[in-house]
Design a protein. Structure first.
Length: 414
């Protein structure tokens, strides 16, 4: 009878699930998507990395995505992006599955240069990143003939911070690295957490409650100074994610404060949005798949989605996106100004545009143009028609607002 409990719980919990808040976004691929990263204060620029060489880019906060035709990554086998982090719209870093290494771009993903140095020695598998700025970042992975390794790059100097020679198992690599001040927490593709209290200079292993290293940890999120969550790929035995209330020093199975969560599932990704909500993804062994959200002052709720979500990122005050298997991309709200205002008689052309753009409106009205973060870019009065020069604007999405009708159109500069 016990084997039917997960199904019964899923059916029971679905009756309490929240209304639809996640909507699929079309992208030009059906490959598995492993990571999504938005450039904070990057005028709506974001990136998605996936399997078989897929690299996608958005200029309009995720409304539309295009494939990046890049050069510089040379591999004997398939190129699978594992992690992506950008410090501005043009400068970013990527790790790739296998031994093809760590790469950097300075032209928005069009050209990549491999980063390597003799001082890195046997650091063959580089899987995850924590980027502070262009000249300071941490890389986690595994050695060629040993287990977990972490290296720091600081103003031209590579230094080894963690080297586990004990297990001699390259499948036990660093999966995710997160920092909050001097506190560093890293998950391993096994059953241990790595913890640093000195800004990543020294790391100690901390045991979790996973009964077998083959059921490995996934994503890390440091919620506040004391509360830390760790996901896992363990479909039975432990019902929820792992949690620490003492900044990662000790761990146990999570105890949600309230609301609904999915039991008997793997927990793959966590993200704290700028809107004050916490987001997470979970999947049962053969599906279904779920997105959870929680107001940190309230309780958890969840919604069923179509595919397993492997990465979540947030941008601006409202944008939260998830990516996963089979080219699946979802967002947590309909795009304001595109759906719902199409009957308003205003025209913007060419749109997208990159030099001069004309706004037509029947009559006279005042307009404001803001970027994706709500920053004022320009104010203008329209009497039937006005043309503006956008050749010096950052690429990305903008909102055209009228004084009496709110956001009425999306303007894209490419």
């Amino acid at each position: 009878m016990k084997k039917f409990i997960p199904i019964l719980l899923a059916v029971l919990f679905c009756s309490f699930a929240i209304g639809q808040t996640w909507h699929q976004v079309g992208v030009p691929t059906t490959e598995q998507l492993n990571v999504i990263h938005f450039v904070q204060n990057g005028f709506g620029v974001g990136y998605i990395g996936g399997n078989n060489g897929v690299l996608l880019k958005t200029y309009d906060s995720g409304t539309t995505w295009e494939a990046v035709n890049y050069t510089g990554i040379n591999a004997a086998g398939p190129i699978h992006f594992k992690d992506l982090q950008f410090v501005d719209p043009d400068v970013g870093f990527a790790t790739l599955e296998g031994t093809i290494g760590l790469y950097k771009t300075i032209d928005g993903g069009s050209t990549w240069i491999e980063l390597d140095d003799p001082s890195m020695g046997a650091f063959c598998y580089r899987s995850t990143l924590h980027v502070i700025d262009e000249n300071h970042f941490f890389v986690g992975g595994a050695g060629c003939f040993q287990s977990t390794m972490i290296f720091e790059y600081n103003n031209g100097v590579w230094s080894e911070k963690m080297d586990d020679h004990e297990t001699f198992n390259a499948t036990h690599y660093v999966k995710d690295i997160q920092f909050r001040g001097n506190l560093g927490i890293a998950s391993v593709n096994s059953d241990v957490i790595l913890r640093s209290t000195d800004g990543g200079q020294n790391w100690n292993q901390v045991s979790t409650l996973i009964p077998d290293p083959s059921y490995h940890l996934t994503d890390i999120i440091i919620v506040n100074d004391t509360l830390v969550f760790a996901g896992h790929e363990l479909y039975s035995g432990e019902y929820l994610w792992f949690q620490s209330n003492d900044a990662g020093a000790t761990w146990w199975v999570a105890q949600p404060l309230g609301g609904d969560v999915i039991f008997y599932a793997s927990w793959f990704a966590f993200k704290k949005g700028t809107n004050g909500y916490l987001y997470s993804s979970a999947s049962q062994a053969a599906g279904p798949h779920y997105m959870h959200q929680m107001d940190l002052n309230s309780a958890w709720s969840y919604e069923m989605v179509n595919e397993k979500i492997l990465s979540i990122d947030a941008y601006g005050n409202n944008y939260v996106y998830g990516v996963g298997e089979n080219g699946y991309v979802i967002r947590n709200f309909p795009v304001v100004g595109v759906e719902g205002n199409e009957n308003i008689n205003i025209s913007i052309f060419p749109n997208p545009g990159n030099e001069k753009i004309t706004i037509e409106y029947p009559g006279q009205a005042s307009f404001e143009i803001t970027d994706a973060n709500g920053r004022m870019i320009e104010t203008l009065d329209v009497a039937d028609q006005v043309t503006i020069n956008v050749s010096n604007w950052q690429k990305g999405g903008y909102f055209v607002k009228s004084s009496n009708e709110g956001i009425v159109k999306k303007l894209i500069v490419n």
